[in-house]
Design a protein around this ligand. Structure first.
Ligand code: CTP
Length: 403
């Protein structure tokens, strides 16, 4: 199901060059099933035309508090009734100041004051000096204290040629924030550490031993945990995936690199989710130079030494995080997964059959814990990840109560 199905969003544009990015946001939000009512300030119409936004949203664009198209002539009331959120993007310095003071001198500012319990999300976009000005910072703090949620801003190159904080989020980031806004915050305030992807063990500088893990499940869990309000660190083996928005990624290659990165982070984590397909062995006689074919074509003799068990080491930490393991099996899932949970000493282990998950966008998870086993229905990996995050939040709460 699209992520914003049945959601109606009132999208307010104020004056700023970032208006051009919002056309793409409208498109993408619609692809996710959202219905979008666009409201523009007079300044916004200097940067992008209402025609563009009407064509993209497929709905009338609203500009004027006196617009007679509203039967009761109350567009400032009607638009937010039944809406799921008001998103202001870009939010200019001037508009944030208006919000902070409750000014209502055009349609968009009036509907913000009149919106009642409809949530307000604002994506600032301005020059870095304007963003850092004490008055702007005061106004932003006030708007947040009044309940608005801030989306960004980001740091980077600005249209004016300067570099710094104040850039509006990119369309895909705005979309990720919008989708995340509607997810329950079951992990708010927690720090979650996740491993994902394969590991890669060097034979020589150009050859490696790895496995077929795509990293999709671990990345989906990282996204779901971030959406649930957690601060997420993802220690990832080599994958072709982009880091989910808002997630801090640490890239590693070998199991020993992963072990080192995880052990440095684990004491600061509340939850550790070990999704990576970690190699059990590394080549102990890896060559520092590229191996050459020999005249008799004999393959070089590789010697192996065991890798550390990352999950077992984290689970053994005194006062360590709540640990969640994974077991990807080809057969006897229940037997293997249950034994693995006990062997690794973790409260929750997630089992799946390789043939249901490998290289796929869907999966079929079974959760093993002290209270028994629960099978989730086959689902896209993000849906399964959100269900798992829910179960982890419950488990975490229970373990805190028992401590
Ligand atoms: N794991 C780990 N470090 C390792 C091996 C595994 O952290 N060196 C973690 C995986 O991330 C997963 C769980 O342990 O959460 C089970 O991994 P798996 O490879 O299925 O189990 P193994 O202990 O390696 O057992 P086997 O290969 O015999 O199935």
């Amino acid at each position: 199901m699209p992520e914003l199905a049945n959601k109606r969003i009132v999208l307010g544009l104020t004056g700023g060059i970032a208006c051009y990015k919002v056309a793409e946001y409208v498109r993408r939000a619609q692809d996710e099933g959202a219905t979008i009512d666009v409201v523009m300030t007079e300044a916004a119409t200097r940067f992008i035309t209402p025609v563009t936004l009407q064509a993209l949203s497929g709905r009338p664009v609203w500009l004027d508090a006196w617009d007679t198209r509203a039967h009761n002539n109350m567009a400032h009331i009607n638009l937010t009734r039944g809406a799921d959120a008001v998103v202001i993007a870009p939010a200019s310095t001037d508009f944030i100041a208006k919000l902070a003071h409750g000014l209502a001198d055009d349609l968009l500012s009036t509907l913000c004051v009149a919106r009642g319990s409809c949530p307000l999300l604002i994506a600032p976009a301005m020059n870095r000096e304007m963003w850092l000005h004490p008055a702007t910072q005061r106004n932003v703090a006030q708007v947040q204290a009044d309940g608005a949620r801030l989306l960004g801003p980001a740091e980077g190159d600005q249209a004016c040629g300067e570099t710094g904080s104040g850039r509006m989020l990119e369309p895909h980031e705005l979309l990720a924030e919008t989708i995340a806004f509607f997810q329950p915050k079951v992990l708010a305030g927690t720090r979650v550490l996740i491993t994902a992807g394969p590991t890669s063990e060097a034979i020589d500088p150009v050859r490696v031993i790895t496995n077929r893990s795509s990293g999709k499940m671990g990345y989906a869990i990282a996204r779901a945990a971030h959406e649930a309000g957690a601060t997420v660190t993802l220690v990832s083996g080599p994958t072709a995936l982009d880091a989910p928005y808002g997630v801090h990624r640490i890239n590693v290659q070998s199991a020993r690199d992963m072990h080192q990165a995880v052990m440095a982070q684990a004491p600061h984590a509340d939850v550790f989710i070990s999704v990576a397909a970690v190699a059990d062995w590394h080549v102990s006689n890896a060559s520092p130079v590229k191996l050459k074919k020999t005249a008799d074509s004999l393959a070089p003799q590789l010697e192996f030494a065991p890798n550390p068990d990352i999950l077992a080491d984290v689970a053994a930490l005194p006062n360590g995080p709540y640990c969640v393991g994974f077991a990807a099996e080809t057969d006897n899932l229940i037997k293997h997964a249950d034994q693995k949970r006990k062997r690794k000493g973790v409260p929750l282990l997630v089992g799946n059959l390789v043939q249901h998950a490998m290289d796929s966008d869907t999966t079929e998870l079974t959760l093993f814990s002290d209270s028994g086993q629960v099978s989730l229905s086959p689902a896209p990996k993000l849906t399964a990840a959100r269900q798992l995050v829910d179960a982890i939040a419950t488990g975490l709460q229970r373990s805190a109560t028992n401590r």
